[in-house]
Design a binder for this molecule. Sequence first.
Ligand code: F6R
Length: 366
Amino acid sequence: EKGGYDHFMLKEIFEQPQTIYDCLRGRLDATAGTITMSGVEKYAEQIMNANRIVMVACGTSWHAGLVAEYIFEELCRINVEVEYASEFRYRNPVINKGDVIIAISQSGETADTLVAIENAKAKGAIILGVVNVVGSSIARISDAGAYTHAGPEIGVASTKAFTAQLAVLTMIALKVAHMKGSIDQQRYIHLLKELDAIPEKVTRLLEQEEQIKKLAEKYKDAQDFLFLGRGYNFPVALEGALKLKEISYIHAEGYPAAEMKHGPIALVDENLPVVFIATKDSYHEKVISNMQEIKARKGKVIAIITEGDEHSTALANDVIVVPEADEIVAPMLSTIPTQLLAYYIGVAKDFDVDKPRNLAKSVTVE
Ligand code: F6R
């Protein structure tokens, strides 16, 4: 049942070329220049004219919402807020009729997310679900939505469901942007092609498994880790830190790279590994200068960079390269080395990576 892999987590990491493909299939047609999503089409007017979109989720799914915030604001020019479901449901949020809420959930059963959208629905919001488990509670209560089609995720830590969420959310953003006319045709077609190319790029990236395994050996005894990124890669840093905490029980924090100087930089010394998500994008130069700040304080830099960009990251102690991609779709690639790093550190420490202590696959209590 593990398909020859030692753990479900590894199997699911390696399924990502297929799961992303399955998620795009039947929806994205890069040649024809179309995205077919009936749920989104049904509420097209409301979404295009929404004053704001609120993403509601927990954990890894919340991180997908954060990436989507950057993408929706850039492509659709609609204000987006991303909320922890547990906070949103209890703080008497201002919800106006016609607000669009996107609930993101792998299991479709997370109690806080479910109640948050029940409340919002009662106040007249339109609920779109981005859910993996077909027929789950969140899918049923949503007005419309799009399944992620990642297949059953058995490993407690979410991996393939996350990249599938990113794929679906990116398609929704592109669809809305196209309908709204907020991006030009050329950029639209370019991004469809970029999205279409992701599964093949994930396959290539997974070839670095052995190298990441070596890095895991090298850094497994660290007490703490930092994960830093900017822009589209800032949520990837948060997700990388969460994965490491869950799987290896190493304390890790994710930060926007520029926030370092406002406090956390005090932690940096020669014992601290700092993972930079530093792929080539519009934030790149800024990230490199943040890397210099860490280097100057003797932190150990592990840089996730774009293939061919090795010269700009000569500062790094270790590098992991990912295929070149437009910054809008890059998180689907840059997140995968952090999954593998967490996995191999957990394995090196002999932990039960499929069932980390204290965690449940679906959190049906608040
Ligand atoms: C982390 C993880 C959790 C879930 C969170 C939400 O690896 O799996 O943080 O992402 O409990 O679960 P869903 O997406 O099922 O609502």
